[in-house]
Ligand binder design. Structure first.
Ligand code: PLP
Length: 456
């Protein structure tokens, strides 16, 4: 392992040469990012040797925890046997087996697995596929994708174009004609006096009206995360997805469920669409937990019905000319296959379902703190949102960096969080025990109190 005094040199290289995601141009070249070079189970170790519970599990992805030698060995073995094959001209048993294992776990007839390099390319592929299909069907004008404010679907041009986080839109161009954004589905900020049922009706009407205004003949698909993850863990009102699907069906609009975060056990099931939200979408996009983050891989999973509608006699001679050098990479596939095997053998889904109630109970209890304006979560994902006076609607005008303050104090006590302006989000490795969940929230309670004391 790198010695502590080597890090200053490497930090210079990091600053001079490594352009990070969401790099702030004002700070580029002068950052002091923490080096994390070792990890085991739910813990990561920083350059100073400090051990932290990894609250966000990397980026919501290290499901089976760090240091899993079975996955590492499976990858090494695959790399030794067959490190690469061309998915354009050949095939290979690792991704073929994986496609079968994925299809066995998806709802309905979602059986056609297009492998990608991550979540953004899975979303990109989904958008391209629905547009391609409409071209083949002779409906070239049916192209618009309806998305939602606060949605995050990725960082390729198309995935970013259907993402609705205002903060991320400032400096980059998007395909504006492609996407339409529905208003926020966060029921906590509904107008005073409005019931959740009325709020839900309003959200459904938003979708219906959008399709009407744009014209059903122009709308190709609706895309939605089961819960808006990086938008602040916004769980829509109960029944929302089901009713949205009904609206989509009525108007011949496809439903893309973006399960990049919610897939692979995060909510206690392989996928959340059917088991948690009672819908069978037309397309599921997934990534992250598919390999527990050990190696990049994503997938765009398409229903048999969609493929059948444009294949064989219906194909018009078309080719879906979308694909990546690393589609179905065998080393990624080997990692994913081992990951799924571990999930099955170790009962990870059952484990999540058994510890999630404690996680959510401890999360709810954070609301007792005066600066906490809202907590939201489901399964093993949570968000705590703060405002100076604890009021939901005031936001945190006076101190928008409260999330960073809480994270800073929690890190001192051994817990890493993911701060997002006035929120902290967390989605720990799925192997977390009840004791570790209690430890996590004990630290968070203290971290929130310390941050609150600073801003009073
Ligand atoms: N979709 C959702 C819901 C996500 O949360 C993310 C990433 O966080 C993506 C897509 C993009 O995935 P990736 O970063 O693997 O490209």
């Amino acid at each position: 392992m790198t010695r502590l005094n080597d890090f200053e040199t490497i930090r210079q290289w990091d600053n001079a040469n490594f352009v990070h995601p969401w790099e702030g141009m004002g700070e580029i070249g002068n950052n002091r990012r923490t080096f994390t070079e070792a990890a085991s189970g739910i813990h990561i170790t920083t350059e100073t040797g400090k051990r932290l519970i990894d609250g966000p599990a990397g980026m919501w992805c290290v499901q089976v925890g760090y240091g899993n030698t079975e996955i590492a060995d499976a990858m090494a073995e695959q790399a030794r046997d067959m490190a690469y094959f061309s998915p354009f001209s050949n095939t290979n048993s690792a991704p073929a087996r994986l496609a079968h294992e994925v299809a066995r776990r998806t709802p309905g007839d979602l059986n056609r697995v297009f492998f990608t390099t991550g979540g953004s390319t899975a979303v990109d592929t989904a958008v391209r596929f629905v547009q391609f299909r409409n071209n083949v069907l002779g409906k070239p004008e049916k192209k618009v994708i309806i998305s939602r404010q606060k949605a995050y679907h990725g960082s390729t041009y198309l995935a970013a174009s259907v993402s609705g986080k205002e903060r991320d839109k400032g400096w980059l161009d998007q395909a504006q004609e492609l996407a339409y954004f529905l208003p926020n589905v966060n029921s906590h900020i509904r107008p005073d006096g409005m019931s959740i049922a009325d709020f839900l009706d309003e959200k459904i009407a938003d979708l219906e009206n959008a399709i009407h205004d744009i014209g059903a003949n122009k709308v190709a698909a609706f895309i939605a995360e089961p819960l808006l993850a990086s938008g602040g863990v916004i769980v829509p009102p109960e029944g929302y997805h089901k009713r949205c699907l009904e609206v989509c069906r009525k108007h011949d609009v496809l439903y893309i469920s973006d399960e990049v975060v919610t897939g692979w056990g995060r909510l206690g099931h392989w996928f959340a669409s059917e088991e948690v939200f009672d819908i069978v979408p037309d397309i599921i996009t997934t990534a992250k937990g598919l390999t527990s983050g050990y190696v990049p891989m994503g997938a765009c999973i398409i229903s048999d019905a969609l493929i059948d509608s444009i294949s064989g006699d219906n194909s018009q001679g078309a080719t879906f000319s979308n694909g990546f050098t690393y589609s179905g990479h065998p080393v990624s596939a080997a990692a994913a296959l081992k990951n799924i095997e571990i999930f099955e053998r170790d009962g990870i889904l059952d484990h999540v379902r058994s510890v999630a109630p404690l996680f959510q109970e401890r999360l709810d209890a954070l609301r007792d703190h005066p600066i906490v304006s809202d907590t939201r979560g489901m399964g093993l994902v949570g968000c705590v949102e703060c405002s100076i006076d604890g009021s939901v609607k005031n936001g945190l005008e006076q101190d928008r960096a409260i999330g960073a303050r809480i994270d800073h104090h929690c890190q001192d006590m051994g817990l890493l969080l993911r701060p997002l302006i006035n929120m902290c989000v967390f989605s720990p490795p799925l192997i977390i025990s009840e004791d570790q969940i209690n430890q996590m929230f004990d630290i968070m309670e203290k971290g929130i109190a310390l941050a609150a004391a600073e801003i009073q």
